[in-house]
Write a protein that binds this ligand. Structure first.
Ligand code: MLT
Length: 317
């Protein structure tokens, strides 16, 4: 019997077609973010390829009697109950590095959106207005950028920003070295210093037990009122209510969120009503280029796992 593969949350169509045409696999039609389809088809599947929309928790996993392998086509595996996967013998891999450039670029694009107020200027133009003085902004050049989490994505953000001659500060107790070839870069030992000293703050830590509710009111209280804050990492890392309060109280100038404590965020919440907050629907890895690289890596991992018995890029708990 050929292994049945279910692609749950969308995939590069080129790679999906390659997978479908591989005679060693039985590939379901793409579920494309339909959680009803995923829940129905996953019951018989041998492998799932997921992004962030599918959330294999204990209840979900216990229904999947044939499931052997989950590939997280992306970086973060916080949406998978990895402890239960281990208990019932399901292997988990991700695609490390494949979408990091897109994630870094999206964080940077949000920084510029806030600095140059482009999202708000666009809404104003769409209302037929010409509010030139209202949307005067700030430059990135020579600003102090504070990066929280200096793994692959945090370092890429730093590398891409060096052309703007910033002072870069980073906080990461686990980063022993880095590959950013730039002089004006300093590791800070205390997270508070990032909030006290930076004009631009960006978050790049994974969501895990230690980083849940990691950034709260105490940090926002330290910010310069002209500073901006970007979170394109994971929702649960930042206390959303504290961020809302800080934005309302003018503790910072503006913020942008690509990630939320509850996703998908389809209901309107207080987040939607703040004039100094820009929202995007978890777009970090959502580019054609990233999805091609992620899909290729996932395809290779599926072939290695089912044809050769090799488990690549295993995510351990
Ligand atoms: C990731 O963890 O790789 C990001 O959330 C991007 C994504 O999967 O869309």
């Amino acid at each position: 019997m050929k292994p049945k593969i279910l692609v749950c949350d969308g995939m590069s169509s080129d790679i999906f077609n390659k997978l479908k045409n591989n005679e060693n696999f039985d590939v379901y039609p793409e579920a494309k973010n339909s959680q009803e389809v995923v829940a129905k088809e996953a019951v018989e599947a041998d492998a799932l390829v997921i992004r962030s929309a599918t959330k294999p928790n204990q209840e979900f996993l216990d229904k999947c009697k044939n499931l052997k392998y989950i590939i997280r086509a992306g970086e973060g595996t916080d949406n998978i109950d990895k402890v239960h996967c281990k208990e019932i013998g399901i292997k988990v891999s991700n695609t490390p590095g494949a979408n990091n450039n897109s994630a870094a670029e999206h964080a940077i694009s949000l920084m510029f959106t806030l600095l140059r107020k482009t999202a708000w200027a666009n809404s104003s133009m769409q209302e037929g207005k010409w509010e030139k003085s209202k949307f005067s902004g700030n430059e990135m050049t020579n600003k102090t950028v504070g990066i929280i989490g200096f793994g692959r994505i945090g370092q890429l953000v730093a590398k891409r920003l060096t052309g703007f001659d910033p002072e870069i500060l980073y906080f990461d107790p686990y980063a022993s070295s880095h590959s950013v070839n730039y002089d004006n870069i300093t590791r800070v030992e205390n997270l508070d210093d990032i909030f006290k000293k930076s004009d631009v703050i960006t978050v790049h830590v994974p969501l895990m037990e230690k980083t849940k509710n990691f950034i709260t009111k105490n940090h926002f209280d330290l910010m310069n009122s002209s500073a901006i804050f970007v979170n394109a990492a994971r929702g649960g890392i930042v206390n959303e209510q504290d961020l809302i309060d800080a934005l309302k109280e003018g503790k910072m100038k503006a913020a942008a969120l690509d990630v939320f404590s509850t996703e998908p965020l389809k209901e309107k919440t207080e987040l939607h009503s703040l004039e100094n907050l820009v929202l995007t629907p978890h777009l970090g890895g959502s580019t054609a280029e990233a999805q091609y690289r992620v899909g290729e890596m996932a395809y290779h991992q599926l072939k290695e796992f089912f044809n050769n018995g090799n488990l690549l890029n295993e995510v351990r708990i």
